[in-house]
Design a protein around this ligand. Structure first.
Ligand SMILES: NC(=O)c1ccc[n+]([C@@H]2O[C@H](COP(=O)([O-])OP(=O)(O)OC[C@H]3O[C@@H](n4cnc5c(N)ncnc54)[C@H](OP(=O)(O)O)[C@@H]3O)[C@@H](O)[C@H]2O)c1
Length: 251
């Protein structure tokens, strides 16, 4: 489908919707005039209007005006929103839930389909979604059980990384570096390490080994992290967040 023909809607206009919307516009995937967004208040809508998108307080209007609809409310609001949208959903709609812990089964009760693909979502729909989301980062089709793991790893994982960055910077502050500079260097270090992982495709343990000079600084630092059980703690964090996402799906 050509970008000009695509009509994209967002139900919910907060951080997730905003990030995606900005990504789509920057990449020229959809013209702003083909995007419509709904939210109960004007709090977030004003920014969308500045981008040239249409806004409304009526969720049904979003469905009527678009074929690809991102559901971007908080998970606890989604059941009410789905109830409200149900009468207007047609087989032409591709509904995509961004909500943590909302199962396909719940969504399919409204007769719609989502990614991880529910029944009724064809290869064309999946390809369209991948093409739309690719400028906003990686977009992969996964089996449904991976969705909650993805939330534990990536959705919540950004917060673990912020904590790690903060701790690295504070270590430098402890040794006498100002926080502003330490914070920038910590962020740059994370960025460089993340790029190496993606670009080389190597196992993290290999890259870690490569930078450990025998008897050097890095192995001394790593020994302290191992002593503090960083690895097991992070694994437990991913598990706890994944389990919480599963619990939220059972509500
Ligand atoms: N899977 C992941 O990795 C991941 C990561 C982060 C977030 N998420 C999910 O993304 C979703 C959105 O999170 P967020 O951080 O973007 O939340 P947010 O910033 O709080 O935005 C929520 C939006 O929903 C709107 N809203 C509230 N009630 C509504 C209703 N009845 N109808 C339509 N819109 C309504 C809010 O309106 P106002 O503008 O009026 O307040 C706001 O615009 C959540 O479900 C979260 O679980 C997933």
């Amino acid at each position: 489908m050509e970008a000009e023909e695509l009509r994209v809607g967002f139900v919910g206009a907060g951080r997730m919707a905003g990030g995606l919307g900005r990504g789509l516009l920057r990449a020229g995937k959809v013209p702003a005039s083909n995007i419509i967004v709904s939210a109960p208040s004007d709090r977030n809508l004003a920014e969308w209007r500045e981008w040239g998108c249409r806004t409304t307080h009526c969720n049904l209007e979003v469905l009527q005006e678009s074929t690809v609809v991102f559901l971007a409310t908080k998970p606890h609001v989604l059941p009410t929103v789905l109830q409200e949208l149900r009468p207007a959903v047609t087989s032409q709609h591709l509904l995509i839930s961004l909500a943590a812990g909302v199962t396909l089964q719940k969504l399919q009760r409204v007769g719609a389909a989502v990614f991880s693909r529910g029944t009724g979502v064809g290869d064309g729909d999946a390809a369209l979604l991948q093409s739309l989301l690719s400028p906003c980062g990686m977009c992969e089709e996964v089996p449904e059980p991976y969705i909650n793991i993805h939330t534990g790893l990536s959705g919540s994982g950004v917060a673990y990384v912020y904590l790690f960055a903060e701790a690295m910077a504070e270590g430098a502050v402890k040794m006498g570096m100002p926080m502003g500079l330490a914070s920038k260097i910590a962020a740059q270090t994370l960025l460089g390490a993340a790029k190496m992982l993606l670009e080389t495709g190597e196992h993290p343990a290999k890259l870690r080994g490569d930078v450990c000079t025998p008897g050097g600084t890095t192995i001394h630092g790593l020994y302290q992290l191992e002593k503090g059980a960083l690895r097991a703690t992070v694994m437990n964090a991913v598990q706890a967040a994944t389990e919480r996402a599963c619990e939220m799906g059972e509500d």
